[in-house]
Design a protein around this ligand. Structure first.
Ligand SMILES: [Fe+2]
Length: 260
């Protein structure tokens, strides 16, 4: 059953459509504001459709996930030779649906529910272009993550200095679909050099857009009492590179002209 629409736009509420069309002055181009690297949007995905998407993810992808784990290296403590010189590499524990290969179980399951098509749809990238205010390349990366109880990602910044197309920054967009027994999970991020900002990501149909790199982490997902078994937060991700400064018309996903 294809639960996911062919076009991302079909999941949107009237507010979501206004953003896509450049008619929401708060959200459109929000990431162009100086110092603003993160936006969380609610009321953008239709609640009923978001619940159906969540149920489809639970049914189709739950048994195809692969664990991704980078624990704290013991040497980060016991290899230290100098007081207060600790350095923490990126740590994470989460499960992921591998969509890189068409032969994988995850890809087949995601394709069957329409997820692969929707994450590749023009309106998915156009929404990221609208909020980031930038022209984006037509080829983008997609990913599915699933946080269960205790899953988290430690402080990291997602900087890619070795990639000429990303070293100057790039855009990530995440759609969140949490199950009802998630108690909480937070995104903590830095502003002005300190981890002062905190946003709940325990949403059903919340959209978050990032202008990376910047320091952030995701707190361990906590389940409600006796809800561990079914507590999961699904994240659908798109990773978008900026279009080259000079590009042919139609070769990039352009942000909409923001209307007064
Ligand atoms: Fe990240």
């Amino acid at each position: 059953m294809r639960t996911f629409p062919t076009e991302f736009a079909d999941l949107l509420t009237p507010r979501g459509r206004r953003i896509l069309e450049g008619r929401d002055r708060d959200a459109c181009g929000a990431l162009l504001q100086p110092g603003r690297r993160f936006v969380a949007l609610g009321g953008v995905l239709d609640a009923r459709k978001a619940a159906a998407c969540r149920d489809a993810l639970e049914k189709a992808l739950r048994n195809t996930l692969t664990e991704m784990e980078d624990p704290i290296p013991p040497e980060s403590i016991w290899g230290m030779t100098e007081n207060y010189a600790e350095l923490l590499p990126k740590t994470v524990r989460v499960r992921t649906a591998l969509l890189e290969s068409r032969r994988s179980r995850s890809w087949k399951a995601a394709e069957e529910v329409g997820l692969v098509g929707m994450l590749h749809s023009e309106s998915f990238a156009a929404f990221a272009a609208a909020v980031s205010g930038r022209a984006l390349r037509r080829k983008w990366g997609i990913q599915v993550l699933c946080y269960g109880p205790g899953d988290y990602s430690g402080p990291h910044n997602d900087h890619h200095p070795e990639d000429p197309e990303a070293f100057d920054g790039y855009v990530d967009m995440h759609l969140t679909f949490a199950t009802p027994t998630v108690a909480h999970q937070w995104l903590i991020y830095s502003k002005g050099g300190h981890f002062t900002e905190m946003q709940s990501v325990n949403t059903l149909g919340g959209v978050t857009v990032y202008r990376l790199p910047f320091w952030h982490y995701t707190t361990p997902l906590m389940a409600k009492p006796r809800g561990e078994e079914d507590a999961r937060r699904w994240v659908l991700l798109g990773t978008f590179l900026d279009a080259p400064r000079e590009h042919r018309r139609g070769s990039a996903i352009e942000p909409p002209r923001v209307q007064p």
